[in-house]
Design a protein around this ligand. Structure first.
Ligand SMILES: NC(=O)c1ccc[n+]([C@@H]2O[C@H](COP(=O)([O-])OP(=O)(O)OC[C@H]3O[C@@H](n4cnc5c(N)ncnc54)[C@H](O)[C@@H]3O)[C@@H](O)[C@H]2O)c1
Length: 509
């Protein structure tokens, strides 16, 4: 069997015309026939729901006419392409039906059963579910081979990604057709396995759970983690501001579903701190408080992430324990003098990979009171993260911070942590991406495409491993695993092999 989704008379049914269905109908109907321009028939169980959604789409498009981005003729064409169905039977001529009703397995199973009774056996039935296994929706149908997932992102017209989910029984012609349909809808489709969280929502657990782990260990504050992810690693948002934006009532249950779905894999372990906010009803921006407080105008009240040293150092001398070019460059940019041998008084600078400051001083036999560890990951011109071992001399530490601040970078002081913030956050994101590629949730290239488009990451997880350095990324995880004793940090075999061979994380097998 096959379906030519580029045929000019293709008809797509959209069932459930809430936030998502409305967007799906818009990208289907809008545009020229090569890029969109299809007939979309909208149905909603709520009386008047589909008509309201259609009116909303046309209103949005008229707004774009006012901005000069569309013409009245474009709006008229979309208007003509959008049909309203009063009952499910009106969808019988559809070649494809995309479902976007409430996120409830029984509701979806019932609807798919009703749809099967209405449409011919070759009509493709797709679900936009975010968390329900596609196979469980298809389970009791006669023609399970024509069922797949079509997971769009909110708001659909702006978010280019669509995950095409192949369930156990989905036929290859169905995923092929839905990839082509996604492209015609001007989306970027990636084919993804029918596993909990699919690709993007699973991949997205790494940043949130590791941020929470750092908080739970008392190593850094939400504000510090977010600032480092933005300034050092180029993320548009850190994990805590992202959780507040999407809503704790959305992301905490999602974390639990994925953790349960992977049978308590420690890489996906949620945090009791997250649950505490959920239980308290502190749901983020929408309730005026989450990880952050928000003022009356809704602006974030950020306690700040910068360490402002209380001392002006008498001398600008530092001790370099070993040669590290990036560290030497930093010391020179600060206008400081670097000593190769310990003078017994100055700060000793180290730049560990994966290790905490304590392990570093013990292994190298350094003075723990004067040793300051600096993270050289990412954009060191913007922000530098430093940490010291317990019992360190605050004045020596602040002298080092003041010297480093002379480079123009902001300085964040955290508690001693294996992999600081940036190293462990990025290594965990990269590691989960490698694992997803290894277990075949999607191809390596699609893992990166989906994570950049679906979550606005500056680079995908595999590119992030390359950015850290594949060997360093692997080393960070090994150190985290050794120091914490937590299996959560075990490196993916995908990453391990590429680190051993000196290859890019994107090397396919
Ligand atoms: N909102 C998101 O960010 C997002 C992102 C990706 C996927 N999803 C998924 O998309 C689906 C829809 O989410 P939403 O946010 O648009 O929900 P929504 O509540 O905005 O809309 C759901 C619509 O479905 C209608 N409906 C309910 N049962 C129906 C039935 N049996 N037949 C016909 N219509 C029915 C409702 O009247 C409502 O208009 C869910 O499965 C959700 O998990 C949501």
């Amino acid at each position: 069997m096959t379906l030519d989704v580029n045929r000019p008379d293709l008809v797509v049914g959209v069932v459930g015309t809430g936030a998502m269905g409305r967007g799906i109908a818009q990208v289907t109907a809008q545009g020229s026939p090569e890029r969109g321009g299809m007939k979309a028939i909208m149905f909603d169980a709520a009386a008047g729901g589909a008509a309201k959604a259609k009116a909303g789409i046309l209103e949005t498009l008229k707004g774009l006419v006012a901005k000069g981005r569309l013409t009245d003729a474009d709006v008229a064409k979309t208007d003509a392409n959008l049909g309203i169905a009063d009952k499910l039977e009106d969808l019988k001529a559809c070649h494809v039906v995309v479902e976007a009703v409430f996120e409830n397995l029984e509701v979806k199973q019932k609807l798919f059963g009703e749809l099967e009774a209405v449409v011919p056996p070759e009509t493709i039935l797709a679900s936009n579910t975010s968390s329900i296994r596609i196979a469980s929706i298809a389970r009791s149908l006669k023609h399970r081979e024509r069922v797949c997932g079509m997971h769009y992102f909110n708001p659909v017209p702006l978010m280019k990604l669509v995950e095409v989910i192949r369930a156990a029984d989905t036929a290859p012609w169905v995923t092929d057709a839905m990839v082509a349909l996604g492209k015609r809808q001007t989306r970027v489709p990636v084919v993804v396995g029918d596993t909990p969280g699919f690709l993007v929502n699973l991949g997205g657990t790494a940043i949130g759970t590791e941020g929470l782990r750092i908080l739970q260990e008392g190593r850094a504050t939400p504000s510090q983690v977010d600032a480092v992810m933005r300034d050092s690693c180029g993320f548009r948002m850190g994990p805590f501001e992202l959780m507040d934006l999407t809503g704790i009532d959305v992301n905490f249950p999602a974390r639990k579903i994925i953790y349960e779905g992977f049978f308590h894999d420690r890489r996906m372990t949620p945090s009791p701190y997250h649950e505490s906010l959920y239980a308290a009803g502190r749901l983020g921006r929408k309730t005026g408080g989450g990880w952050y407080a928000y003022d009356a105008k809704g602006a974030k009240v950020d306690p700040g992430a910068d360490h402002l040293p209380s001392v002006v150092p008498a001398t600008r001398v530092v001790v370099m324990d070993s040669h590290n070019e990036k560290l030497v460059g930093l010391v020179m940019a600060a206008g400081a003098q670097a000593l190769g041998a310990d003078d017994g008084r100055s700060p000793i600078l180290v730049a560990p990979i994966g290790k905490d400051c304590t392990t570093t001083v013990v292994e190298r036999g350094l003075d723990p009171r004067r040793t300051v560890a600096i993270d050289l990951t990412g954009d060191i011109a913007k922000r530098l993260t430093i940490m010291t071992a317990p019992g360190a001399d605050d004045l020596v530490r602040d002298a080092a911070a003041a010297i480093l601040a002379r480079t123009g970078a902001k300085v964040t002081l955290i508690k001693d942590s294996p992999g600081f913030i940036a190293q462990r956050m990025c290594a965990m994101i990269a590691n989960l991406g490698c694992e997803m590629a290894m277990i075949g949730i999607a191809s390596a290239a699609d893992v990166d495409t989906a994570m950049t488009l679906g979550l606005n990451y500056p680079r995908g997880p595999l590119a992030l491993a390359d950015w850290l350095g594949v060997k360093d990324c692997h080393e960070i995880l090994l150190q985290l695993q050794a120091i914490t004793g937590d299996d959560r940090y075990r490196p993916s075999q995908w990453l391990r092999r590429r680190a051993q061979l000196g290859l890019s994380a994107m090397t396919i097998e």
